[in-house]
Design a binder for this molecule. Structure first.
Ligand code: FAD
Ligand code: SIN
Length: 520
């Protein structure tokens, strides 16, 4: 089936929904989500959203912290845009119904996280993302121009390639005409023609064995753009969150927010001794790259599977009011965090790179915007400052919406686009081929392309991945399209890009640490 919309939005997290709300008064909007609308990384966000609100904080301090955390590989213009627009965008979230915690004085309660020189993180207890998502979803469902298509999977964006033309990455005139969207229940694939498309497909944590990301985070948007010969950037910088709850049987890993360290919790080794001061004068509140690497080193030295986070110095009142979800989760596993230390381990958490965008959220492909974790705006550089990603999403979705609205009348639908070609494909009855390759991929990435890397590990990862990639492409070509094969194919592309970018970076900086190039 063919259908036409003015604004196609792929993704129902903060980036997709905030954009949809902005463009909805100007045309027909279709939001696509590959599972149910709330199953997003946004929903799981705990700590909060960073924004400059009150004295003594100011934009220059937040800019300086962001640049420092990013090891100055950030794009300073983009950092300035993001931070100076933070207050206005957060106020808009509040106007849309998001409730952030407040102090008795009537001011917003602000938390502090690693790398922040001031208290500037607005939050809703320890479930900020769920609160933001709730408010956005409520508004989206009320808007008459927005249609939400849940449990539908975007296979690929449509470009001239689908008209039989040769498209190369050197071409500057690649156009996006919409996307092919699969209904996994019926197997039908719709051709959705769109005047403009926003990619808001989130991150790619599932290329690793252990991740805080929900299962939807398989890097689909990044892979789609790479296949379409668009520009992808900064892919070597994968952020491992230092403190996910050590509970090997649980997927995704449950996060223990950095705000707990901001409130006074400290990291300790298996003997109950603090160790972070050995690595950084900021101790347990050093930026994430430093803390995750320190934990990795301590685990290797002691042979232990985890370290501990000691939150016992935090008052019961603060734990119950600010961290009730973490308290309840740990208690359900028999750990009373008021009395016992929490076993924690680093887990893949955030991809700093992705689809390269400019200050208007434009990608290198015409009429295709990207926002949120899928995008590489230049804000994060070599390492993301905690709680800057929800902020980045609303700032660039806002900017992309302004640009898309302004250009809408200059764009026509392309009615020559053919339907998806499924000729010669048969039902794949061997799921094991997909599940085993997925496990192998995750094992390769965790063992060779994790927190600490080396030339030989990257080369080995590249060689192993090549075999899985060739097998999967061959399987894809002869199989009826399914979500599983598409996700595997996308994760392989993203893993390939991470390895490629990491191999080209011949230094240790930020989140990319190689034993062959010790940090200066
Ligand atoms: P998401 O919210 O992940 O949404 C992605 C959407 O894309 C989903 O709707 C999905 O279904 C859809 N999608 C993906 N692929 C396809 C496809 N092929 N077809 C159709 N739909 C597709 N950041 C902060 O700033 N502060 C925090 O406190 C914080 N805490 C975090 C805690 C956890 C546990 C995690 C995992 C992340 C946290 N982050 C935090 C990071 C932040 O949550 C994410 O970067 C941000 O929410 C990403 O939003 P998004 O809209 O880009 O993507
Ligand atoms: C956290 O709450 O520690 C996560 C914050 C983030 O990823 O920005």
């Amino acid at each position: 089936m063919k259908r036409e919309v003015d604004f196609l939005v792929i993704g129902s997290g903060i980036a997709g929904l905030s954009y949809a709300l902005k463009v909805a008064d100007h045309g027909k909007v279709l939001v696509v989500s590959k599972t149910e609308i709330n199953e997003t990384a946004t929903w799981y966000a705990q700590g909060g959203i960073a924004a400059v609100m009150y004295n003594p904080d100011n934009y220059e301090k937040h800019i300086a912290d962001t640049m420092k955390a990013g090891n100055y590989l950030n794009d300073e213009k983009i950092v300035r845009i993001t931070i100076t627009e933070s207050t206005e965008r957060v106020k808009e979230l509040i106007e849309w119904g998001t409730q952030f915690d407040m102090e008795a004085s009537g001011r917003y309660a602000l938390a502090r996280e690693g790398g922040h020189s001031e208290f500037r993180v607005l939050h809703h207890q320890d479930k900020t993302g769920a609160e933001i998502q709730r408010a956005l979803v409520e508004k989206v469902f009320k808007h008459p121009n927005i249609e939400v298509l849940e449990n539908h999977f975007t296979i690929d964006i449509i470009t001239q390639h689908h008209l039989g033309r040769i498209v190369r990455s050197s071409h500057s005139d690649i156009q996006c005409y919409g996307a092919y969207i699969l209904d996994p229940e019926t197997g039908s694939i719709d051709t959705v023609l769109a005047k403009t498309t926003l990619l808001a497909t989130g991150g790619a944590g599932n290329v690793y064995q252990t991740t805080t990301n929900p299962t939807i985070a398989t890097g689909d948007g990044i892979a789609m753009v790479y296949r379409a010969k668009g520009i992808v950037d900064n892919m070597e910088f994968i952020q491992f969150h230092p403190t996910s709850l050590y509970n090997p049987n649980q997927k995704p890993s449950f996060l223990i927010t950095e705000a707990l360290r901001g409130a006074g919790a400290v990291l300790k080794d298996s003997k109950g001794k603090e160790f972070m001061q050995k690595y950084d004068s900021r101790g347990s509140l050093a930026p994430r790259d430093i803390v995750a690497r320190a934990i990795d080193n301590e685990m290797k030295l002691s042979g232990s599977d985890h370290v501990y986070l000691d939150a016992r110095s935090i008052s019961e009142h603060e734990i119950m009011n600010h961290f009730p979800t973490i308290y309840a989760k740990c208690l359900s596993l028999g750990i009373n965090i008021l009395k016992e230390m929490i076993p924690v381990v680093p887990a893949a958490h955030y991809i700093c790179g992705g689809v390269k965008t400019d200050e208007h959220g434009r990608t290198s492909i015409h009429n295709l915007y990207a926002s949120g974790e899928v995008a590489s705006t230049g804000l994060h550089g070599a390492n993301r400052l905690a709680s800057n990603s929800l902020l980045e999403s609303i700032v660039f979705s806002h900017r992309a919406s302004l640009h898309a609205i302004e250009n809408l009348n200059n764009i026509d639908f392309n009615n020559e686009i053919p339907d998806w070609n499924a000729e010669g494909t048969v039902l794949n009855e061997e799921m094991i081929l997909i599940t085993q390759s997925r496990k192998e991929l995750q094992s390769i990435m965790s063992n060779y392309v994790g927190i600490v890397r080396s030339d030989i590990r990257l080369k080995r990862a590249f060689d192993r991945l090549k075999i899985i990639s060739e097998e999967t492409e061959e399987l894809f070509d002869r199989s009826v399209v399914s979500v599983d094969i598409c996700e595997l194919r996308n994760m392989i592309k993203v893993a390939h890009l991470i390895i490629k970018f990491a191999s080209q970076r011949r230094e240790s900086i930020g989140l990319h640490y190689s034993i062959n190039y010790p940090a200066k």
